[in-house]
Design a binder for this molecule. Structure first.
Ligand code: NAI
Ligand code: AKG
Length: 395
């Protein structure tokens, strides 16, 4: 029985994905895996039993990836699982900003009951603009950014995108009508709306700063449904107060922007739809189950993608540093036990690597335990697992 620990409320549809071999609870002190949403794990101590973390969502800046790899924990996310939910909210926020919807509804609520609210003199203060023909800059054209960009093209907007790391797969998803900008300065130039959809990391923290905002049209609307800290909120407030920015819509609050009349703040709602939460929980549950039962890695963010069919009754998997002679040390220890390697697969991702060795001729459980212990003692190895071929065979 595998133990799965949850921290946040996880969609019941996703939890139902787990088969009878998995027990889900919030307290287990010896969990095999965590299933989480946005809980911040940077100050959290991982128990030695923990082998996997399934992040039900796209962003994983709440997880200390380097430490997870060092402690032999595979981390998974759910690429694209909530992208449509974010797209729909971003489109809604562009319309809300352009049509003064929130201000108008608030005004209607506070007039005398029965007053004629359709009087031109009163309602003209809420005159809006249309999206049709306006220019949208999309920074980051991955799962969310590409959906926003394509939807905006379909709404008749002129769309320009910036993504220096655009994958071939992501490029295939983009409408041909989307122009590609060579730089951040070029993408924001003359844009009526600027929306960011990049992961938060060292490079993107503060990427929308005072200098970039000074290049916006003063009538521009900025949207940040990616992460707090990608936009410099002090620069936003300065620009709003000096009429160099019209509106800021975001999913992330702080004391600087809280309560500003031209800022709309939502409580991190981008991925909060029934459908997105179910998609993400299902994807994370599947990735975690696959890893626990076969050792295959799908959608890992700290380890390489690696999937091989079971070639023998037993499989040894190792998470280790990406340094010379690891495979030599691993295979010579296996050979010393007179165990035969049926298949060996290895792949690296940055400083860490993952090795799958399918073996046969294991004499007995004592021999298995001795080999696993010796492999675990190789200094750069952070986790060794022995996995028996799942019932149902060669997966
Ligand atoms: N508000 C919410 O509830 C949600 C927020 N998010 C946030 O949005 C981010 C993006 O989500 P996805 O599109 O699903 O991720 P993704 O990984 O599919 O796309 C990110 C894109 O950003 C690009 N990128 C990376 N660094 C860049 C840079 N310096 N300049 C320009 N482009 C850059 C990448 O090449 C990639 O195409 C997530 O990392 C997460 O932080 C995602 C889902 C829900
Ligand atoms: O609703 C959530 O769990 C957060 C979604 C999110 O921010 C993400 O997927 O990156």
């Amino acid at each position: 029985m595998y133990q799965i620990k949850t921290f946040n409320a996880i969609s019941p549809v996703g939890l139902a994905t787990f088969t009878a071999e998995y027990q889900i609870n919030q307290k287990d002190a010896q969990p095999d895996a965590y299933l989480i949403r946005s809980v911040d794990l940077h100050e959290h101590d991982f128990p030695r039993s923990l082998k996997a973390i399934g992040r039900c969502g796209a962003g994983y800046n709440n997880i200390p990836l380097e430490r997870a790899s060092e402690q032999g924990i595979a981390v998974f996310n759910t690429p694209g699982g909530n992208a449509n939910a974010v797209k729909e909210l971003v489109l809604a926020m562009m319309i809300l900003a352009n049509r003064q919807v929130i201000a108008a509804a608030n005004w209607t609520n506070q007039v005398q009951p029965g007053a004629d609210i359709t009087l031109e003199a009163a309602k003209s203060q809420f005159n809006g603009q249309e999206l049709l023909g306006k220019r949208l800059a999309v920074i980051g054209l991955g799962h969310v950014g590409s959906l926003v960009a394509n939807a905006a093209v379909n709404l008749g907007m002129e769309v320009i995108g910036y993504d220096p790391y655009l994958s071939a797969d992501a490029a295939w998803q983009l409408s041909r009508e989307i122009h590609r900008a060579p730089s951040l300065a070029a993408v924001v130039d003359q844009a009526d709306f600027i929306t960011v959809h990049v992961p938060k990391n060292e490079e993107t923290t503060g990427m929308i700063d005072q200098e970039l905002i000074s290049q916006f049209k003063p009538t521009a609307v900025l949207l940040n449904f990616a992460r707090h800290g990608i936009v410099d909120n002090q620069a936003v407030i300065d620009a709003l107060n000096t009429k160099r920015l019209r509106w800021y819509s975001t999913d992330f609050s702080d004391a600087l922007i809280h309560g500003h009349p031209r800022v709309t703040i939502l409580p991190h709602l981008g991925g909060s739809t029934v459908e997105a939460e179910a998609n993400c929980a299902r994807m994370a549950a599947k990735a975690v189950m696959t890893y626990l039962t076969t050792g295959n890695l799908i959608n890992s963010v700290n380890l390489p993608a690696l999937q091989t069919p079971f070639a023998s009754p037993e499989r040894i998997t190792l998470i280790h540093r990406n340094i010379p002679n690891m495979l030599g040390q691993i295979s010579s220890l296996i050979a010393q036990h007179q165990i035969n390697i049926e298949n060996l697969a290895n792949r690296a991702k940055a400083d860490f690597a993952y090795t799958i060795v399918d073996v046969s001729d294991f004499a007995n459980p004592d021999q298995q335990a001795a080999l696993i212990q010796e492999l675990a003692q190789i200094p750069a190895v952070s986790r060794v697992r022995l996995i028996h071929q799942p019932r149902g065979g060669n997966k």
